[in-house]
Design a protein around this ligand. Structure first.
Ligand code: ADP
Ligand code: MG
Length: 695
């Protein structure tokens, strides 16, 4: 990446964006594309051909030789299949060719992507279709075309299709509400998302020596190092030169791809960092977050580093999450979660706020399920940010407003007796840019909600599909009611008051880590789904299936298929971790500790022959022998239990959670104790202090 290039020229230089389209397409084709994006009309083949030709020419000028439909199957990562542009023209010569048909539709063999049973084997092919709302870009010599991925029967096989559906639906319902407030201009309401991405960077050479990191992305063993994050000196600390060079390279790579990478800083744990982009529409944010995760890994490799996106690479230090900042914005430039400056704007804000609070309360179990997978179990419900119980933090000012409305009592800040909706102005509600509440899973931060339960490695699509759809449902209910109203002002006030009152239990402004809160939450009847095994069955609870089917986001088959994929994935991941553990115990740890104990015994014998004391050697050797037996026993049990995983997916998930994970904890306990007793030379792989302070 050339650093001579100025940032404005570098930014988006690898993206076939709107400006480039304007430059390179005829006015008619550009207009057709624009209409397609803003109004959802379809592209005719003539236009598609012209766009394809322009895209190809642009890509070839930039050195691309291939094109690929770039899609997001339910694996949670992106997939691509590269075709070169070459077409033979006789005489051993080729030309570079790319047609509209190839642009708008590709046909990868879909049989090896998870479909949750949606694709019968006779129908192994899926099709991909260009998502014209997301720009094509060049990555490593290939023109990448963001696409949706469906089966021939039309079932969505990816994470993009339902996201687009949910964005349309929330827009439709939000506009109905805006019309009630006299807004006649807004044509589109956009779900806006800014995902903050955490990650770890470690040295590649050390990484390569750890089978667990290579196979599972996290350490399965490792005693607590003498120093972890206790000094709290890493958070926002000065960035080390090697990391700074990485971040610079990453920024430039992302900027060229049009990703609005904005903030970078050190995080709480040693070797932990964060990158945050400027928010964009949810679809672009999702594409860009996938690209960012991919580039974080690739750029790290160039720097002799490895970027770990796992939620919990190291026990005992903070894990990594992803904060999903979400709001709704109009095409006229208004943020619907921004408290306004007039009574009417405030009434509208309070109605959107009420819809959000009601939705999160009613679908807390589903929201929890969207962030449920093995990696995230190490964070949620495991004494780490945030807890597994979903609640909403409003901040003192907004909470006072809500309470005043519920109680109809004195509202202190404003100095009035009651705050009348649509009559009074709200007090100033500051944007929360501080660390005031880091423990809330869903925090209002001035003009957006920050959903903090996402894991660092996961696609942000699922949680945002849920937020959009839940919001669409509540707005629809409100619109259905208020559109019939004879006295809008009075009915609006009543509706807001009623909604706040009925769903107040989901609001919590205290410390989410506090044990007392968990008890209180249970009293309030909130869900406490502490593990994936508890949370995933909620995915297909009747009310949740009904919600998504009603709004046309998933068919019943699609949502069931998704649940099945997540459930099977759980058992698969735990199985891989357990097998890796067995492998490392048998091939690395047991031989190493046995060798060390034997050497100690030999040394003891030599010393004994001299009549010298060999207390250290004998006590250590004995202790190691005891622990070695314990480790072997734990490993044997783990292996035996692994052979007994039930065939039924839901039973297998519960079994993996209850039995396999408990076995793994036993084995780890013995191994970690052995690590602390074994001479460094003998220990078969780098330990935590090496890994965490390597860069
Ligand atoms: P903090 O770092 O305190 O959490 P920031 O203001 O830096 O807060 O925002 C974090 C993320 O939220 C960024 O990605 C930012 O672009 C995004 N963001 C800001 N405003 C909005 C909004 N209205 N809707 C969605 N995301 C937003
Ligand atoms: Mg944040």
């Amino acid at each position: 990446m050339s650093t001579v290039m100025k940032l404005p020229e570098l930014f988006g230089s690898m993206v076939f964006n709107e400006e480039t389209m304007k430059e390179r397409l005829s006015a008619a084709s550009y207009g057709a594309w624009k209409k397609c994006v803003t109004e959802g009309t379809s592209l005719d083949i003539g236009t598609a051909n012209e766009i394809a030709e322009a895209m190809k020419q642009w890509a070839v000028e930039k050195g691309a030789t291939h094109y690929t439909h770039w899609f997001q199957p339910m694996t949670g990562v992106t997939a691509e299949k590269h075709d070169s542009f070459i077409a033979p023209v006789g005489g051993g010569k080729i030309i570079m060719e790319f047609s509209g048909k190839e642009l708008v539709r590709g046909e990868p063999d879909a049989s090896s992507f998870p479909s949750g049973g949606l694709r019968a084997t006779f129908e192994a092919r899926g099709y991909t279709a260009w998502d014209p709302t997301s720009f094509a870009f060049i990555k490593e010599g290939s023109l990448c075309i963001p696409t949706i991925f469906c089966s021939y029967s039309g079932h969505a096989l990816d994470k993009k299709t339902p996201l687009l559906r949910s964005m349309d639906e929330v827009s439709r319902q939000a506009i109905r509400i805006l019309r009630l407030f006299g807004d006649t201009e807004t044509k589109r309401v956009t779900a806006q998302v800014g995902p903050e991405q955490e990650y770890f960077l470690i040295d590649k050479e050390l990484y390569n020596q750890r089978e667990d990191l290579r196979m599972t992305g996290r350490t399965l063993f490792g005693a607590k190092p003498p120093r972890g994050q206790e000094l709290e000196d890493h958070y926002f600390g000065a960035i080390k030169p090697r990391v700074a060079a990485y971040m610079k390279d990453l920024d430039e790579t992302l900027w060229a791809l049009g990703v609005l990478s904005k903030t970078k800083h050190n995080e709480v744990a040693p070797s932990q960092h964060e990158m945050a982009p400027i928010f964009s529409d949810a679809n672009t944010a999702c594409d860009h977050n996938q690209l960012a995760m991919e580039m974080m890994k690739k750029v790290a490799d160039k720097h002799g580093l490895v970027c770990l996106l796992h939620e919990k690479p190291f026990a005992g230090v903070n894990g990594s999450g992803k904060h999903d900042n979400w709001s709704l914005g109009t095409d006229t430039g208004k943020n619907l979660f921004k408290p306004g400056s007039t009574p009417s704007q405030n009434a509208q804000f309070l109605l959107f706020l009420a819809a959000f609070i009601k939705g999160v309360d009613e679908y807390q179990d589903f929201l929890r399920a969207t962030v449920a997978f093995p990696g995230n179990d190490h964070r949620l419900g495991a004494q780490e940010a945030p807890p597994a119980v979903i609640s909403i933090f409003l901040g003192d000012e907004l909470n006072a407003v809500v309470e005043s409305i519920i109680k109809g009592t004195e509202f202190k800040e404003a100095g009035k007796r009651t705050l009348e909706i649509g009559v009074d102005v709200l007090p100033a509600i500051p944007q929360d840019n501080t660390d005031r509440n880091r423990t809330s899973p869903m925090a209002f931060t001035g003009n957006k909600f920050e959903f903090r339960m996402l894991g660092s490695s996961q696609s942000i699509s699922g949680p945002n599909i849920a937020l959009n759809t839940i919001m669409a449902e509540e707005l629809q209910q409100f619109a259905d009611e208020l559109e019939q109203s004879k006295d809008f002002q009075a009915d609006l006030s009543k509706l807001i008051k009623k909604t706040f009152t009925e769903h107040q239990r989901i609001i919590f402004n205290g410390n989410g880590y506090d044990d007392a809160w968990i008890k209180e939450a249970e009293k309030r009847g909130l869900c406490n789904l502490t593990s994936t095994a508890d949370a995933l069955p909620m995915y297909t609870a009747k009310k949740n299936v009904d919600l998504f089917v009603k709004h046309g986001i998933y068919t019943k088959e699609e949502i069931n298929a998704r649940a099945e994929i997540h459930i099977e994935n759980y058992t698969t991941v735990i199985g891989i971790e357990a097998n890796t553990m067995v492998d490392m115990i048998r091939h690395d740890i047991l031989p190493a500790v046995s060798g060390y104990a034997t050497d100690l015994c030999e040394r003891a014998a030599s010393k004994d022959a001299l009549g010298a004391s060999c207390k250290y050697e004998t006590t250590t050797a004995k202790e190691i022998a005891k622990l070695t037996d314990a480790l072997m026993g734990a490993c044997d049990k783990l292996e035996k239990d692994l052979a007994k995983v039930p065939a039924d997916p839901t039973k297998a998930m519960a079994y993996s959670h209850d039995t396999i994970i408990a076995d793994m904890a036993k084995a780890r306990e013995a191994a970690d104790k052995l690590e602390t007793m074994t001479a460094s030379d003998y220990w078969p792989f780098p330990v935590y202090s090496d890994l965490l302070f390597s860069v």
